[in-house]
Write a protein that binds this ligand. Structure first.
Ligand SMILES: Nc1ncnc2c1ncn2[C@@H]1O[C@H](COP(=O)(O)OP(=O)(O)OP(=O)(O)O)[C@@H](O)[C@H]1O
Ligand SMILES: Cc1cn([C@H]2C[C@H](O)[C@@H](COP(=O)(O)O)O2)c(=O)[nH]c1=O
Length: 237
């Protein structure tokens, strides 16, 4: 089975993903992009993963805060929960793609590839990236993005941002992944390799505070189309 890129037919939305570490600024950037694209008269749909408030995402969040009988000890159990959250969102994703010109996703399949590979270590990176891609795109039928944006905020800056958010919003305590500086650094490295390998779509690597108008140009630029059979290069999967 092959992944199904949205927007492959006339009128389909461009599916653009914002990826990065915890606290990198994905939500903030996505909000700015929605405003910029809206000001250009484009209709923009938006979705963030995990979809908190729904079953699999809440189980994953609970596990990352120590619940669910230690499920977070298993990188594969966590990856399956995140994958099932996306699978349950397929109808919502399709609806957004039909209704809008652009669909912006705050985290998507590459989050699972990056964090799970970072947890398992470099020796198992190719195997786990292959597994996540085959599971989510090929088996669960999630659409391939047209473009993935890596918000490559330095790990110290992202940690500082996540830390200040925890102070500002005490109900938003950092989870197991957010508290693990080594995991964040390793995840950043995997992300950069996924981008360099054009894993499952074209990628662009952005600095911590990218210029939004230029980025909006890139988001609507139809030239960085996904490959017809989006397979990874360099990194397996
Ligand atoms: N460009 C920026 N300059 C300064 N502060 C920023 C910038 N972008 C985001 N922040 C701040 O950093 C914190 C984290 O930002 P945001 O919630 O957008 O990150 P995120 O990548 O979506 O995080 P997470 O994945 O952990 O949910 C917020 O308090 C936000 O206000
Ligand atoms: C979607 C998704 C997320 N993760 C990780 C990344 C974060 O550390 C946590 C929670 O996400 P949030 O953006 O901080 O709310 O989960 C993952 O490992 N795999 C995924 O697919």
């Amino acid at each position: 089975m092959s992944a199904r890129p949205m927007g492959a037919r006339p009128g389909g939305a461009r599916l653009v993903v914002v990826e990065g570490l915890d606290g990198a600024g994905k939500n903030t950037l996505t909000t700015r992009l929605v405003a910029e694209l809206g000001a250009r008269g484009l209709s923009v749909g938006r979705l963030a993963f995990p979809r908190y408030g729904t079953l699999h995402a809440d189980l994953a969040a609970d596990a990352l805060h120590g619940g669910q009988a230690g499920a977070a000890d298993s990188p594969h159990a966590m990856a399956l929960l995140f994958a099932l959250d996306r699978h349950a969102a397929l109808d919502a994703l399709t609806g957004l793609a039909v209704a809008h010109d652009v669909v912006l996703l705050d985290r998507y399949v590459a989050s699972n590839a990056a964090y799970t590979a970072a947890r398992l270590g470099p020796d198992r990176e190719a195997e786990v990236v292959e597994w996540i891609g085959a599971l989510e795109f090929d088996r669960l039928g999630l659409p391939a993005p047209h473009l993935q944006l890596l918000l490559d905020t330095p790990v110290e800056v992202a940690a500082e941002r996540a830390g200040s958010r925890e102070v500002a919003y005490p109900g938003r305590a950092r989870d197991r992944y957010e508290r693990d500086a080594d995991l964040q650094a390793a995840t950043g490295e995997v992300y950069r390799r996924l981008a360099a390998a054009a894993w499952r779509s074209p990628w662009r690597v952005l600095g911590a505070d990218p210029a939004v108008p230029e980025l909006a140009d890139l988001v609507v630029d139809p030239t960085p189309e996904p490959a017809p059979h989006p397979r990874s290069r360099g990194v397996a999967g």
